[in-house]
Unconditional design. Structure first.
Length: 316
């Protein structure tokens, strides 16, 4: 059986280690670069495991004499570990340990950008550990806010947008008393809007679509005396997202936004000035959107999402 690209990469790395022509630092750097290459365009889950293997070899070489390289190895390993699908929290815990060990080394030897990127990645890991009751959202938010000291909107718009998106999602996930619910939702909406100040449809289409979709969701469920107005604002956000999300290039994202729009539409009267007249036209339009979204989810094997959409159709 022919070797996969991952196996070839691992063998190449081992050969580099054994090479007498390379210095120890060069060998470590080769292992790091090969690990990063595997993570950039993974063809299978095994690619991430092979990257972890490469980083483990590099870590053994680093010992204590190359603290900066050790930090780079640990951040690469952390990212590989958190990328591996796993039902439990073990790999996320290992990723957290990697990032936490790397951070003080990076703070001593690396650029502010590398420190901020690791803070962002550690925040993501903590956020993913919250459902396992092994981390706190407040700690995740603090890490994102620290990273924002470096990743400002005018110089790093994509990182700025991702951080604000993550902060908003963390706010929306945070359990609060009924008194704090309004504040939580409002902070999330504000965070999405801050990100969109620096993200344009032309220059950052993926981030633009993500933020507009998530802003629509936050607006749709925002506790307010102005529910109709908020739903219309949500519709406008979904329409903006659908300018970049389409059935051909981003089918799953497109279907998600379509289903979200259908949900908002089903809660709006046909005529805002005469809400007592009902919303039969909007319900018909919502049904069409739901049906299209469900068909796409089924086509791409997202059966759980398809069933949720089909349940929404049955409740119309």
């Amino acid at each position: 059986m022919a070797s996969s690209m991952s196996e070839v990469a691992v063998k190449t790395a081992i050969a580099a280690i054994e090479s007498e022509s390379a210095t120890l630092a060069e060998k470590i750097e080769m292992l790091i670069e090969l690990g990063i290459e595997l993570q950039k365009k993974p063809k299978e889950i095994q690619d991430f495991w092979n990257a972890v293997s490469l980083y483990s070899h590099a870590l053994e070489l680093c010992q204590e004499q190359y603290p900066f390289l050790k930090a780079r190895v640990l951040t690469g390993m952390g990212t590989a570990l958190r990328s591996i699908p796993n039902e439990g929290a073990d790999l996320l815990q290992q990723a957290r340990e990697c990032y936490q060990t790397a951070l003080p080394l990076l703070q001593a030897y690396a650029s502010p950008e590398e420190v901020a990127e690791t803070e962002m990645n550690l925040g993501l890991v903590l956020q993913a550990l919250v459902p396992f009751h092994q981390a706190r959202l407040v700690d995740s938010i603090q890490l994102y806010q620290r990273a924002l000291r470096v990743f400002k909107g005018d110089t790093y718009p994509q990182e700025f947008a991702i951080l604000h998106n993550n902060i908003a999602i963390a706010y929306l996930s945070m359990p609060m008393s009924s008194e704090g619910e309004d504040m939580r939702q409002a902070l999330a909406v504000q965070s999405f809007q801050q990100a969109l100040e620096w993200i344009s449809l032309i220059d950052h289409p993926n981030e633009y679509g993500m933020l507009q979709n998530n802003l629509g969701n936050a607006l749709q469920y925002l506790p307010s005396a102005h529910a109709v107005d908020n739903n219309w604002r949500a519709i406008r956000a979904y329409d903006e997202a659908l300018k970049v999300r389409n059935k051909r290039d981003t089918p799953i994202e497109y279907a998600n936004t379509l289903a979200n729009k259908a949900n908002a539409l089903s809660n709006l009267p046909d005529d805002s000035e005469f809400p007592e007249a009902g919303n039969n036209l909007h319900l018909l339009q919502a049904r069409e959107y739901y049906q299209e979204a469900a068909a796409i989810f089924r086509q791409y094997g997202r059966f759980e999402q398809a069933e949720m959409v089909e349940q929404a159709i049955s409740e119309l």
